[in-house]
Design a protein around this ligand. Structure first.
Ligand code: SF4
Length: 317
């Protein structure tokens, strides 16, 4: 008899509070000001979201010098360096800052430790926009470390005044390995005042850890340039899934992946709309995986207020 086929659906998955706010910021800016509204970099790292907003009149640019003088520009959820704010002001751009408040928190920590003259080791991925923004707060104090092996190259002025901070979307386990290596090298290493890896990244990894040992395959819905989505594939593989793939859309699934397997895990990165997960669930159901069980490891209720430029003006009494 054929083994029964089932889907385990991770919860939490998909949109986090910072992504929800950033996408809504662009939608509200389009409603309020009309098209075009410029957006520096991808508002969030998801192809579907970027394509949908482009259809509504958003224009995505790489740098503020591509935005006409005086136009409206939204800064993405990943945050920007002070230099980007400066160049936007020089061009008289009307800025809407959709930086996630949890990224802003890391910027504040970087500024504070730089002011106190610490050497700051920023654990993160070279070239990622968030890391560029955070490092730009205090370039002369911050050095980037992208994993445990890079710790050997870290040099500091005073081993008693070193602190580590991190990108918000890293693998929790790998980051702890990096910090362990840092602490072996600098025993008096200071920790960030609170977790830099955000609640959404952590919760999605915990949910994948819970289901991965039972899965022959874990499908992560998310884009290739999405750091937190990429980490979910790694976490699935490190925690017992026989295979794991990142897909933007259901159509990216190779049906050969489903041959001879019985349990598929499904999750999605923090920048992924639920409609894309539904597409995956529907497709695998067509191939016999109709039984769906949700694996819930946390409830999320956090929401953030819109950027202040988009909040309704307070009426004067
Ligand atoms: S993944 Fe975390 S840091 Fe990034 S936007 Fe979402 S809540 Fe903010």
């Amino acid at each position: 008899m054929a083994e029964s086929k089932r889907v385990l659906l991770a919860s939490p998955r998909g949109y986090c509070a910072g992504v929800d706010r950033a996408v809504e910021a662009v939608e509200r800016a389009l409603d309020k000001h009309g098209a075009p509204v410029y957006v520096r970099k991808e508002i969030v790292h998801n192809r579907h979201v970027v394509d949908t907003l482009t259809d509504r009149g958003a224009i995505f640019v790489n740098e503020t010098d591509e935005v006409p003088e005086g136009a409206i520009v939204v800064f993405s959820a990943h945050g920007v360096s002070p230099e980007v704010h400066r160049t936007a002001a020089e061009r008289s751009l009307q800025t809407i800052d959709a930086t996630c408040p949890l990224v802003t928190k890391v910027h504040q920590e970087a500024k504070r430790f730089a002011r106190d003259d610490y050497d700051i080791v920023l654990v993160g991925h070279e070239g990622h926009e968030e890391v560029e923004g955070t490092a730009g707060e205090a370039p002369e104090h911050i050095q980037l470390v992208d994993g445990p092996d890079a710790v050997d190259n870290v040099e500091v002025r005073d081993p008693e005044r070193v602190v580590w901070l991190s990108q918000t979307t890293l693998s929790v386990d790998e980051t702890m390995q990096t910090v362990k290596r840092l602490r072996e090298k600098f025993p008096n290493l200071n920790d960030p005042p609170s977790d830099d890896i955000c609640y959404a990244t952590q919760n999605r990894q915990v949910a994948v850890k819970a289901m991965a040992p039972k899965c022959d395959l874990v499908i992560v819905v998310g884009s290739q340039n999405s750091s937190n989505s990429q980490r979910l594939v790694e976490v699935a593989l490190q925690n017992g899934a026989s295979a794991s793939y990142l897909v933007d859309y259901a159509r990216d699934i190779d049906l050969a992946w489903l041959d001879g397997i019985s349990t598929i895990g499904v999750t999605s990165g923090a920048s992924v709309p639920e409609i894309l997960v539904r597409g995956v669930i529907d497709l695998v159901a067509e191939h016999g995986f109709e039984d769906v069980e949700t694996i819930t490891t946390a409830e999320e209720t956090l929401t953030f207020a819109l950027p202040r430029e988009l909040r309704p003006a307070r009426s004067a009494n």
